[in-house]
Design a protein around this ligand. Sequence first.
Ligand code: ADP
Ligand code: MG
Ligand code: MG
Length: 902
Amino acid sequence: MASQDSVDHKYVYDFAEGNKELKDLLGGKGANLAEMTNLGLPVPPGFTITTVACKAYLETGREPDGLAGQIEAHLESLEREMGRKLGDPQDPLLVSVRSGAKFSMPGMMETVLNVGLNDRSVVGLSAQAGGNDRFAWDSYRRLIQMFGKTVCEVPGEEFEHALDEAKRAKGTQNDLDLDADDLRGLVDAYKKIFAKHTGREFPQEPREQLDLAIRAVFESWNAERAVVYRRQERIPADLGTAVNVVAMVFGNLGSDSGTGVAFTRDPGSGAQGIYGDYLANAQGEDVVAGIRNTVPLQELERIDKKSYDELLGYMARLEEHYKDLCDIEFTIERGKLWMLQTRVGKRTAAAAFVIAGQLVDEGLIDLDEALHRVNGAQLAQLMFPRFKLDHEFEAVAKGIGASPGAASGKVVFTSARAVELAAEGQAVILVRRETNPDDLNGMIAAQGILTSRGGKTSHAAVVARGMGKTCVSGADELDVNIPAKKFTVAGQTVSEGDIVSIDGTTGKVYLGQVPVMPSEVVQYFEGSLDPEHIDNALVRAVHRIMTHADARRRLAVRTNADTGADAARARRFGAEGIGLCRTEHMFLGDRRELVERLILARTDDERESALAALLPLQRDDFVEIFREMDGLPVTVRLIDPPLHEFLPPLEQLAVNVAVAQERGEDVAKEEALLAAVRRMHEENPMLGLRGVRLGLVIPGLFAMQVRAIAEAAVTVARGGAVAKPEIMVPLVGAVQELETVRAEAEKIIAEVVADSGVEVLIGTMIEVPRAALTAGQIAEAAQFFSFGTNDLTQMAWGFSRDDVEGAFFWRYLELGIFGISPFESIDREGVGRLVRIAAEEGRAARPELKLGVCGEHGGDPDSVHFFHEVGLDYVSCSPFRVPVARLEAGRAAVETDGSDSR
Ligand code: ADP
Ligand code: MG
Ligand code: MG
């Protein structure tokens, strides 16, 4: 279509030339307009300027060579098709200029309607509409308003004030009461506003209007709010937007015209049916702008049955074609229906599952595709308790749902107060303008965190997500006054001690205690809801998709559990073993005494007697866990933290000694403990005497644990159950460390298990970078590797994991150094590379080496995909994350291995 000599690059596509696969090039809106055009749906004709043109413009600051000529050619052909010329004084063609990037960025970029109107063509437009002056002047004032605001940065409120003023003068609230004369007057007022702010008259030349509008859409890609939005939603910054130029159709021509939006299913629940809104005698954004009251889409049947039936037919076609929920924008011009936009619609987590299930039932997609259409983040959302909302509760503010969950509690404004009340057993919500590292203790103590500033990457949001704590950030309707210990919102004052409820999924804030209801999905996982026998579409869909995920996944899913109760729950959630059983809690509580004896032992006898006393206690712990996990593997990690963590803090001991002395009591033991704490103090305990190093330094410690594990396994086996212990040595960096521990352990195991039939594996964690880099050697001494990705991340980056998230991660996220905390989702390039090297070299040395991962990455959706790709055997995560990991492992199999590779 473009003239021969102008280009070697095609920047402009007619709607008939595109299709829905071309989103990169034509943006989502353009690609889908093309698709609808080619399906034969009534789309007003038009063309799309590509994202490539936009990127070229943004790079060089001017339109690329050839673009102007191609626009000209496509405009001419549009004019021919419509039989009208852009802005013609007698019979004008008008167009809309619409942004549309690959990913939808609602409200972020710009659209200008009615381009081509000027002081002369407004008269032609009226004639075209059979002498409808009101319509023509209404369209013109809209153009000046939109053009002024989006192209020339005139403050939008000024136009709104002028419109309000015109309505006040007329004594009405409703813009439909403004007649042609009023609107003509408004056009004059708008032009003055335009001239005042831009220093020039409103451009009368249609082609200049068009070019300026196109340029403004290009530039809107880099508008600050779009940049911020992209960062938050992790949309790449270099995609650019396409520009759609579309012949105008008019919903503001009278009561037989109107505009609306429609969904092919309920995007909230997924239920089938017709959902949408319609507004008669209106244009474009009026429906969503809430200027006038819309009517439910169903009423269109009464207003204009022919258009309604036609629309329903197209909706069914689109669903069948896209095989998914579609959302739609349409306009009716004097009884003629036009389709202006469609896309696969956004939906809630519940709707995502329900719709995927329905589409399988309807034969539109298969189960692999259904699995692909839901994700672990959605499933995790569905596992949180929810607020039970009836009429009583109306949100008073809405911020950003920064960390999901539902939390209620007394409002507190300082970290110290949060800690105080929490210590009394009270539930509190910490309210701040924004949080900073000083608030950490309060955040830990609170049920939830509410801030009036900051987005998804603010300190509060990042830290709360790291802690799994409910958080609403950036609720800017809240006026927070920390010194006065109160905030105001929606005309009400909330003081310290008043109760609020926050929903970290929706970002909504409620006054008072909103009752919470448990998640049905969790009830299902726990076995208390039978999906075959209850009438709950969500539970049935989750059941069906999870069953398919289990059938498809190659990764096994284990859990991190230290007690029989946790193990049992995780097993109900589908865990296929324990990937990390920590033994340190077995040294706490009333066993502290024994640990103190162990630490203070001065002779072999004293030490051995302390260990001998610990042995049966440890054995009982393991018996309970092995029984719960009958038949499934249980990886037990030998003691990992530095022993001084089991002693009281220095200050407390010093006080104890002083007090005891005062009272004239015997202080020998306190003094000994105090001396031990001083002696064992480490500048960097995480890099100190811990893990395998303890086993090598403290005689008998690991031996006692190994014996307890082996004896427990034998006990369980004698009872008829199957124990499969796997002993895991933490913090190994060199094969010699492991060999030393192993030699001792094997002797004990051989002696204990004898001919009981019990088999005990010995392996190691890979959590020190050196272990990953010498994995080939280490595999000679290990029957399995379990990647401890928390420590591995800590040591690969040199980040103290207890400090950094609160201290500076918000800044790293803001700067884009990483898009997500490497403790939340595995850093594929760095830490992931260590995992890959260790997996490859370990397997090369010992092909049957079992590979797994323990640590929170095991339950993170993106990390699960990575571990699948690397070829690990299992992931292990906290019990609540087990279903998420199962789902994502299934998705990873479907996505990377292809649909028919079974
Ligand atoms: P957004 O991406 O914000 O939805 P759109 O480009 O879809 O922006 O346009 C804003 C509004 O204007 C929508 O309601 C749309 O349906 C309407 N609109 C856009 N182009 C036309 C047109 N050619 N004729 C009539 N209405 C239009
Ligand atoms: Mg739209
Ligand atoms: Mg560790």
